[in-house]
Design a protein around this ligand. Structure first.
Ligand SMILES: [Cu+2]
Length: 147
């Protein structure tokens, strides 16, 4: 967990210096973002973001970290079931093959937002930034949805 956090911090620093195009549309990057949504959550609770990512690049794309302003410890997670119990494990990276689509959904891969600094509710949205292994970033706006 500490290692994942250190990774995301170092990638954030890279982004400040290398990612000049602030506010660029999320569809312009190597990943197309569809159906991004955030689970409703109270301030201080753990939130979750789910989305569909399609690799429109000419090569595989690897997500190495995620950031969100409302959650300094935002991380890639994967849920799995063993003996009837659901477990969540951090994922250091997620690869999306060329011309393929990855779905992040409840019960599988997801973006975890621990210790939210504000409530995520109503007509709100959450901005998440996906850090790629080659230094590029992809931004997604996730609208709040009540399960
Ligand atoms: Cu999780």
């Amino acid at each position: 967990m500490a290692r994942a956090l250190a990774l995301s911090v170092s990638f954030a620093v890279v982004c400040v210096t290398a990612c000049g195009k602030r506010g660029a549309p999320s569809t312009a990057g190597p990943l197309r973002v569809d159906d991004a949504w955030a689970r409703r959550a109270d301030s201080g609770a753990t939130g979750g973001v789910y989305l569909r990512l399609t690799n429109t690049d000419t090569a595989d794309v690897v997500i190495t970290a995620v950031t969100a302003p409302e959650s300094p410890a935002a991380a890639l997670h994967e849920s799995s079931e063993h003996d009837g119990m659901v477990h969540m494990n951090p994922r250091a990276s997620v690869r999306i093959a060329r011309d393929s689509t990855l779905v992040m959904a409840p019960g599988g891969l997801h973006i975890m937002l621990p210790d939210l600094t504000r409530a995520v509710e109503g007509r709100d949205s959450v901005l998440v930034t996906l850090m790629l292994g080659d230094g590029r970033t992809v931004r997604a706006v996730a609208r709040v949805r009540t399960l």
